[in-house]
Design a protein around this ligand. Structure first.
Ligand SMILES: O=C(O)C1=C[C@@H](OP(=O)(O)O)[C@@H](O)[C@H](O)C1
Ligand SMILES: C=C(OP(=O)(O)O)C(=O)O
Length: 456
């Protein structure tokens, strides 16, 4: 897990950002690739895996439950699965670090195996609500002993045979959907998840790719019904993980707000359940172009070119939220330098991520001179109209990688730069973020720390 020693860094404005980069593999797809490979019978090969701390926590947990997982090269991994139903009793607690996805999806897997597991995590993860997965998994027969408020540390005891259920998601969450489906893999009969608001569908795509009997029916009212036949036998696969659209959003917004910039990010996942940020940036006037559109590992991908653009404020429709749920922090940065007001609502979920992202973005943007109003479920931002913000403030990243990266990008548009008090959380999802930013800025020696370039 990431070092307990905080590392501050200063991010200054620069000349144009230029270049072509590839961002690391998609975090959601990487977690699922490890988990499903570990449940297949035989050897799967994964390329382009995100080697960030969150995914490494998933890999360590699957190893502790019997899968053989090896790194064979940069981003290249082989996994010998144990078969659905074959997970073994872990001998120690499972440390999930900072990762909500690892925790919730693995709680699902353990729930339908004859094993028990204790999950622990860092201070941020230990505050996040697990009741949303405890509820359906209890209906499937698993037993839980959780900390007050349904938080970590918690213990799960699985049941075999688990009870297949029909479950309507009370919250738009791909993690809850996936936890139920993964538990359903080893339950006799059909597990059905009813999804009133669509969320990222990587689990559905990949389960089908591994040979599970899964169907999705779109009812007349637009509600998705996902059926999975349990006691599945998964066949090993070769999986290529697309680049993470959530990570790509940071260099893309940096290019959009920095005069003279042109940046291309290749091989970016363009799954329609994930690309809301790009749609909203375009609605704000962003110059984005897409090329080399193709399919990789069952997911659409494209190369995206972003050119500096005059952005204007918009009203973000709340129904777009699930398709860009992790991108609001960086959207707020774009909004803070746009012309006019950007309005967001329906974002209660942002309060239970790695941090309360509404509160932290509001206070941080205010501290660097942006005009922000925090509401119960969103932010209203009156942009600077392209003028740089004052900057100069020290921002708390609060164990939240996306807060750290958002303010690193905001530093690009501040007279006095931005100090991020701790950039170590960035390693959970985008370990090469700082060197990538320096490369685009044209700063020599991409391994020097951002403290160094701040004074160069
Ligand atoms: O299923 C996933 O891989 C994820 C789902 C989302 O969480 P919720 O399910 O809590 O919305 C997202 O915020 C997270 O980064 C990854
Ligand atoms: C919310 C996130 O991840 P997780 O829930 O897996 O911690 C994220 O990556 O922004």
């Amino acid at each position: 897990m990431h070092s307990a020693v905080p590392r501050p860094a200063t991010f200054q404005h620069s000349g144009p950002l230029r270049g072509t980069i590839k961002v690391p593999g998609d975090k959601s797809v990487s977690h699922r690739a490890i988990m499903l490979s570990a449940l297949a019978v035989g050897e799967s090969r994964i390329s382009g895996l995100l080697e960030g701390e969150d995914v490494l926590a998933t890999a360590a947990a699957m190893r502790a439950m019997g899968a053989k997982i090896e790194r064979t090269g940069e981003g290249s991994w082989t996994v010998h699965g144990v078969g659905v139903g074959g997970l073994m009793q872990p001998s120690a607690t499972l440390d999930m670090g900072n990762s909500g996805t690892s925790t919730r999806l693995l709680m699902g897997l353990v729930s339908s195996h004859r094993i028990s597991a204790t999950f622990i995590g860092d201070a941020s993860l230990s505050r996040r609500p697990m009741g949303r997965v405890i509820d359906p998994l209890s209906l499937m027969g698993a037993e839980f002993t959780a900390s007050p408020g349904g938080t970590l540390p918690l213990m799960v005891r699985g049941l075999v045979p688990a009870i297949p259920i029909q479950y309507r998601l009370p919250v738009a969450s791909a993690q809850v959907k996936s936890a139920v489906l993964l538990a359903g893999l080893n339950a006799p009969g059909i597990t059905e998840v009813i999804e009133p608001i669509p969320t990222r569908d990587h689990s559905e795509r990949m389960l089908r790719g591994f040979g599970a009997n899964l169907s999705v029916e779109l009812a007349k009212d637009g509600v998705r019904h996902i059926h999975l036949m349990g006691e599945a036998e998964l066949r090993p696969q070769n999986i290529e993980v697309p680049g993470d659209p959530s990570s790509a959003a940071f260099p893309i917004v940096a290019a959009l707000i920095t005069p003279g910039s042109e940046v291309t990010v290749t091989h970016v996942g363009m799954n329609p359940t994930r690309n809301g940020i790009y749609k909203m940036l375009e609605a704000m006037g962003a110059s984005l172009s897409y090329s080399n559109e193709r399919e990789v590992g069952g997911e659409p991908v494209a190369d995206i070119t972003a050119r500096h653009s005059i952005l204007h404020g918009i009203e973000v429709p709340p129904e777009v939220a699930p398709s860009m749920i992790d991108e609001f922090p960086i959207l707020f940065v774009a909004a803070s330098v746009a012309q006019g007001r950007t309005t967001t609502s329906g974002l209660d979920e942002l309060r239970v991520k790695e941090s309360d992202r509404l509160a932290l973005m509001a206070s941080g943007l205010h501290a660097i001179g942006s005009v922000v109003t925090e509401t119960e479920d969103g932010l209203l931002i009156d942009g600077s109209g392209g003028e740089p913000l004052e900057g100069g403030a020290a921002i708390k990243s609060a164990l939240d990688h996306r807060i750290a990266m958002s303010f690193a990008v905001a530093g690009q548009h501040c007279y006095k730069g931005v100090i991020v008090d701790d950039v170590t959380p960035i390693a959970t999802s985008f370990p090469s973020f700082e060197s990538m930013l320096m490369m685009l800025k044209g700063v020599e020696g991409s391994s020097i720390s951002s403290d160094d370039f701040a004074h160069s």
